[in-house]
Design a protein. Structure first.
Length: 92
């Protein structure tokens, strides 16, 4: 996403009545049920069968279990601990 407006637009599309209607029709089509109404048929996105996606990100061997940005979980505890340890080593 290039700017915060893109996130807002994506949220508005996902939370709209049309988005809900499209998802409902896609689930009905997957189960073999007919469409509820004739509009909103082709708007559902079909992902490629050869790849796994999380949101817009394609999973690979490098990010399947852990994203690099998840290291903030460790950094929030380890960096202050390292700072305290280093400050204890400074002579008084």
């Amino acid at each position: 996403m290039q700017n915060p407006g893109d996130a807002l637009t994506q949220y508005a599309r996902a939370a709209s009545v049309g988005g809900l209607w499209t998802r409902l029709n896609a689930r009905n089509m997957k189960n073999g049920l007919p469409m509820l109404l004739p509009f909103g048929r082709g708007a559902a996105v079909q992902m490629a069968a050869d790849a796994d996606y999380v949101g817009d990100c394609k999973l690979s061997i490098w990010n399947a279990r852990w994203y690099f940005s998840d290291n903030i979980l460790f950094a929030s505890f380890l960096l202050p601990a390292a700072w305290v340890w280093a400050m204890n080593k400074v002579p008084k």
